[in-house]
Ligand binder design. Structure first.
Ligand SMILES: Cc1cc2nc3c(=O)[nH]c(=O)nc-3n(C[C@H](O)[C@H](O)[C@H](O)COP(=O)(O)OP(=O)(O)OC[C@H]3O[C@@H](n4cnc5c(N)ncnc54)[C@H](O)[C@@H]3O)c2cc1C
Length: 440
């Protein structure tokens, strides 16, 4: 059994490890255009922000450790074509290589900003660790930066650049940060903290050109020019699927590869995983693309298990998410009020402001929880949160609550831990549910 994997990110490495686990005798080859595998790109913004002391800390395993697991990783090696009929891939500089099963884990790219000057030096897409190491040195002498679109990674980069003492301007056509995901009232504390930190926020504005002589020196927008010696691209993710499309594999409405519950594409011997796929949303069945590293890894494990002859299914998703945006944590699950309205999904909302520890315990932080439920059944449809701590655990719990179909009535009477240092008497999730019922 020869299993070829295209891509060495979370999905590709998850797939290779699972395949080897199911069939230790299988020959598993990972082709990656990158210089490294087994590092956490998720930590890059925090090294830029100096919360983490060095990029070395982001590496999870050495190249030798992969050799020891029997996975053959081909670094800086690009696959240029897939021939499903011949069961072959073309590898740049090495010709054709055959496979019995192929796993595509080619990931994502930032949506291109198609304006003049997009090829100037000084425009940074935060993604690969070696490039991040080089860019980090440049940040020392950087005075002003423009962030183009306030997507999730861009939010982390705002905090990082502010920590580095760099003057930051955010330019986004939307009316608030991460507008396609989060409600304006939930992101408001973050927006306020950026304002307090001196971040210039230009909502409803659009970049028209990057300007400079070799290297960027300013950014032209519909509302005027902004001086900048650095541009950070924070646009949404697009699936990296030119190879799959050229091979005739079925691509969905989002641009992601269509896969079944076993992560199999329209070709029975080709699997796909991670941000190059699209996955149905658990409530609406709407295909979603560009999820997270934890989704990519779990999908990779599913694809690798099945490709090697095992059996594992990947279920529709409810997408718990969360992140630290400066001094605030934000997060949620499924959809919030804005997205529910945009989808035309009838909903009712309950909201509560609470605290994360006993009110007298040092370090107590505020937290706002907002629940979205289906009218009538009162089934939980989604949630959004902002607070000082405790967002991740609540997002994970609420994702499971949506998945199993809990109603806000059940949440209103949930049991909760009360211990001064780690939790308040009243759980804000429960209070939000009680408020929803009271309003009804
Ligand atoms: C700065 C940053 C912060 C992040 N923060 C978080 C976070 O907080 N939480 C979280 O869950 N996730 C986070 N992520 C993960 C991210 O959002 C994605 O979900 C994740 O990277 C998807 O993994 P993937 O393996 O599908 O794709 P990718 O990581 O894009 O990996 C794809 C790989 O395929 C290779 N490749 C592509 N085409 C070819 C080809 N033709 N031949 C050979 N190789 C090829 C690429 O070089 C790349 O190594 C972060 C990512 C970044 C960059």
């Amino acid at each position: 059994m020869r299993i070829a994997v295209i891509g060495g990110g979370a999905a590709g490495i998850g797939a290779a490890g699972a395949a080897k686990g199911i069939d230790p005798s299988a020959e598993v080859v990972v082709y990656t255009a990158d210089t490294d595998v087994a590092y956490s790109p998720c930590g890059i913004p925090y090294v830029h922000g100096r919360e983490i002391e060095s990029f070395e800390r982001l590496f999870l395993a050495t190249k030798e450790q992969y050799v020891n697991t029997g996975i053959d990783v081909r670094y800086e090696t690009t696959v240029t074509a897939i021939d499903p009929a011949a069961h072959q891939v073309t590898v740049a500089g090495h010709g054709e290589a055959s496979y019995d099963r192929l796993i595509i884990a080619a990931g994502w790219n930032y949506a291109p900003v198609n304006v003049p000057g997009a090829d100037l030096d000084g425009i940074y897409e935060v993604k690969y660790i070696r490039k991040a190491m080089e860019w980090d040195k440049r940040l020392d002498s950087c005075k002003s930066a423009v962030i183009v679109e306030a997507g999730l990674i861009a939010l982390e980069m705002v905090a990082a650049l502010v920590h580095r003492g760099i003057k930051v301007t955010v330019v986004d056509e939307a009316s608030w940060p991460m507008a396609d995901v989060i409600d304006p009232d939930i992101i408001e504390p973050v927006r306020q903290s950026w304002q307090d930190a001196g971040v210039d926020m230009q909502w409803g504005n659009r970049v028209t050109a990057f300007v400079g002589d070799g290297s960027v020196s300013s950014v032209a927008t519909e509302q005027g020019d902004i001086e900048a010696d650095l541009v950070i691209i924070g646009t949404h993710k697009v699936p990296n699927n030119p190879l799959a499309a050229a091979a005739g594999l079925k691509i969905g409405a989002t641009g992601g590869l269509i896969v079944d519950s076993r992560m199999r594409t329209s070709d029975p011997d080709i699997y796909a995983a991670g941000d190059c796929t699209e996955i149905p949303h658990g409530l609406t069945n709407i295909p979603l693309q560009g999820l997270s590293g934890s989704h990519a890894y779990a999908q990779g494990k599913t694809a690798g298990t099945n490709a090697a002859g095992g059996r594992r299914d990947y279920r529709p998703v409810f997408v718990p998410w969360g992140l630290l945006a400066g001094e605030w944590m934000i997060g949620g699950v499924s959809f919030g009020e804005t997205l529910a309205t945009a989808l035309g999904a009838k909903h009712v909302v309950g909201k509560a402001q609470g605290i994360t520890r006993a009110r007298y315990y040092p370090g107590v932080k505020p937290i706002i929880v907002k629940l979205v439920a289906e009218p009538g059944t009162l089934r939980l449809m989604g949630a959004q949160m902002v607070g000082g701590e405790g967002i991740k655990e609540r997002a994970d719990f609420l994702a499971m609550a949506v998945r199993v179909g809990l109603s806000v009535e059940e949440l209103a009477t949930m049991e909760n831990v009360y211990s001064p240092a780690i939790g308040a008497l009243n759980e804000p999730i429960s209070v939000a549910a009680q408020n929803l019922l009271a309003a009804l």
